[in-house]
Design a protein around this ligand. Structure first.
Ligand code: NAD
Ligand code: UGA
Length: 466
C-alpha cells in the first residue's frame, strides 16, 4: 500500500523530531502530528523557532523547511486519524505509579486510549505502528482492542521502536544504525503492511539497514537495546569507584578496554549516573516482565543496573559533603548543568535532581545554571519528588542565567551535565570570585585537572584515583 497520509499521536521528544524528519525525507507524504496537549501543539506551531517544545541541534531548521508544507501539528486527533493510512502511536509510557506493578511496570493507559480512539474513528483499513517503547506482547492487546471495538475495518499492527538519543536526534534519524520493523510476517496482509512502512523509510535509509522481524522480537529488542546501553554505563560507573580507590583512571581504563573490538569504545564514559526518561523506566519494565514469567534470576541481574546507578548518584553527593568537611549546611554549591545530558533541554530522571535533593537534605544552598533548562523546569523536577515543601525548595535552591554569577561566592562547583561551553569558561575568573578553598566536583570528567589545580582549585574527577 502506498502511504500518502501519516498521523502520529504524541508530539513529544520522539513524535516531534521523528515526524519532522519523515516529512523532510518524504515530501510526497502529508504528516500530521497530533497531541491532546494544546500548549505543546502551540509551541510546535510557534513562529519563533526558539519556542519549539523540544530543543535538538538542527531540528528548528527542518521544522522551518517542512511545517505548513507537508508537516502539520494539531490537536484535531480524530481528523488526523481519519485521514491517515498509517498511524504512529508515540505517546508516553511511564512507569506505573499505582496498583499492580507500581514502580516497575509500564503504564499503558495512554496507549489503550489511543487504540480505542483509533478504533472508534477509523472507517477504512489502517496500519497502526507502535513507536512508543512497549512491553513485549503489547501488540496483541492493541489488536484485541482494535478488533473488538472498531467499525469492522482491518487493522495491521507493526512495531517500529525508536532508537534516537536526545541531543543527537536529528542525526540519528537521518542516519540510523538500523530501522527495526516488526509485523505479522505470516500473513499476506501483514507482509503488505510491513512493506508499506519499509517503503517510507526507504526514501532515505539504505535497504540493508531496514530490518524486519516478527512483532515480539521487535518489541523486545527495544527493551534489550536500552538495557544493554544502560548496563554499559553502570558497568563503567561501578569501575569508576574502584578506580578512585586504587589509583587507576577510569578514562584510561575505558580507552584500554574500548580498543578491544569485541567491547567497542562507545558508551563507556563514566558519569554521575545515567538519566533520561527511558533507561530506568525500560529496565524496570524489563525486570517486571521477567518476574511476571517467574524469571527471578534474570530480573535480579538487570535490576542491578539500576541499583548501581542510584549508588553512583548518591556517592557523588556524599563525596561533596565529606570533602566539604562533612557539612554543607548553609554553604553555597553551584551546579553547572541540570539536563540529563548535553544538547537537550530534557531533564527527566537527570542525575542532577537526585544529587540536588541529597544536598538540600543537608541544608546546602544550591544554585543551578544550565544553558537550556528554565527555572520552572528545575523547580518542578524538585517539587515532583515531594521531599520537602514547595516553599523550602525555593528557599534552598535558586537558578541563575549567568554561569559566572552562579559561581560567585560559592564553596564548590559540581559539574552535572557535560555541556561543551563549560570547558571554555575562564576558570581563573571563576576561581577569583569563589570562597576558598575552591572545590570542583566534575561528575562528567570534562575539565582538565592540571590546569585547574594550577589555578588553585581542589579538583575531584569521577573515576580518577590518586
Ligand atoms: P513525551 O512525554 O515527550 O511525549 C508524549 C506525548 O504524548 C505528550 O505530549 C502527551 O501529551 C501525548 N499524549 C499522551 N496521550 C495522548 C493521547 N491519548 N492522545 C494524544 N496525545 C497524547 O514522550 P517521549 O519522550 O516522546 O516518549 C514517547 C515514547 O517513546 C515512550 O514510550 C518512550 O519510551 C519512547 N522513546 C523515547 C525516546 C526519547 O528519547 N525520549 C527515545 C526512544 C523511545
Ligand atoms: C537512550 C538510547 O541511547 C537511545 O538509543 C534510546 O532510543 C533512548 O534512550 C530511549 O529509548 O529513550 P537518551 O536517553 O536520549 O537515549 O541518551 P543517551 O545518550 O543514551 O544517554 C543516556 C544517559 O546515559 C545520559 O544521562 C548520559 O549522560 C548517560 N551516559 C551515556 C553516560 O553516563 N555515559 C555514557 O558513556 C553514555
Amino acid at each position: 500500500m502506498k502511504i500518502k497520509n501519516i498521523c502520529c499521536i504524541g508530539a513529544g521528544y520522539v513524535g516531534g523530531p521523528t515526524m519532522t524528519v519523515i516529512a523532510k525525507q518524504c515530501p510526497n507524504i502529508k504528516v500530521t502530528v497530533v497531541d491532546i496537549n494544546q500548549d505543546r501543539i502551540d509551541a510546535w506551531n510557534d513562529n519563533n523557532l526558539d519556542n519549539l517544545p523540544v530543543f535538538e541541534p538542527g531540528l528548528a531548521d527542518i521544522v522551518k523547511e517542512t511545517r505548513g508544507k507537508n508537516l502539520f501539528f494539531s490537536t484535531e486527533v480524530d481528523t488526523a486519524i481519519d485521514e491517515a493510512e498509517l498511524i504512529f502511536i508515540s505517546v508516553n509510557t511511564p512507569t506505573k505509579t499505582y496498583g499492580k506493578g507500581k514502580g516497575m511496570a509500564a503504564d499503558l493507559k495512554f496507549i489503550e486510549l489511543c487504540a480505542r480512539q483509533i478504533a472508534r474513528v477509523s472507517k477504512q483499513d489502517k496500519i497502526v505502528v507502535e513507536k512508543s517503547t512497549l512491553p513485549v506482547r503489547t501488540a496483541s492487546a492493541i489488536k484485541s482492542i482494535l478488533d473488538n471495538t472498531g467499525n469492522g475495518v482491518q487493522f495491521q499492527i507493526l512495531s517500529n521502536p525508536e532508537f534516537l538519543a536526545e541531543g543527537t536526534a536529528v542525526n540519528d534519524l537521518l542516519n540510523p544504525d538500523r530501522v527495526l520493523i516488526g509485523g505479522d510476517n505470516s500473513s499476506e496482509e501483514g507482509i503488505v503492511a510491513i512493506q508499506s512502512l519499509v517503503d517510507v523509510y526507504a526514501n532515505w535509509v539504505p535497504a540493508d539497514r531496514i530490518l524486519t522481524t516478527n512483532v515480539w522480537s521487535s518489541e523486545l529488542s527495544k527493551l534489550t537495546a536500552n538495557a544493554f546501553l544502560a548496563q554499559r554505563v553502570s558497568s563503567i560507573n561501578a569501575m569508576s569507584e574502584l578506580c578512585e580507590k586504587t589509583g587507576a583512571d577510569v578514562n584510561e581504563v575505558s580507552k584500554a578496554i574500548g580498543m578491544d573490538s569485541r567491547i567497542g569504545s562507545k558508551f563507556l564514559k563514566a558519569s554521575v549516573g545515567f538519566g533520561g526518561s527511558c533507561f530506568q523506566k525500560d529496565i524496570l519494565n524489563l525486570v517486571y516482565i521477567a518476574k511476571s514469567y517467574g524469571l527471578n534470576e534474570v530480573a535480579d541481574y538487570w535490576e542491578q543496573v539500576i541499583l548501581i546507578n542510584e549508588h553512583q548518584k548518591n556517592r557523588f553527593s556524599d563525596k561533596i559533603v565529606s570533602t566539604l568537611y562533612n557539612t554543607v549546611s548553609g554553604k553555597k554549591i553551584t551546579f553547572l548543568g541540570w539536563a540529563f545530558k548535553k544538547d537537550t533541554n530534557d531533564t527527566r530522571e537527570s542525575a542532577a535532581i537526585k544529587v540536588a535533593d541529597n544536598l538540600l537534605n543537608e541544608q546546602a544552598n544550591v544554585v543551578v545554571y544550565d544553558p537550556k533548562v528554565h527555572l520552572e523546569r528545575v523547580y518542578s523536577d524538585l517539587d515532583y519528588l515531594k521531599t520537602r515543601s514547595v516553599e523550602e525548595n525555593r528557599e534552598l535552591l535558586s537558578v541563575e542565567s549567568d554561569p559566572y554569577r552562579a559561581c560567585e561566592g560559592t564553596h564548590a562547583i559540581a559539574i552535572l551535565t557535560e555541556w561543551d561551553e563549560f570547558k571554555e569558561y575562564s576558570w581563573q575568573k571563576i576561581y577569583d570570585s569563589m570562597n576558598k578553598p575552591a572545590f570542583i566536583f566534575d561528575g562528567r570528567g570534562i575539565l582538565d585537572k592540571n590546569s585547574l589545580e594550577e589555578i588553585g582549585f581542589t579538583y575531584y574527577k569521577i573515576g580518577l584515583g590518586k
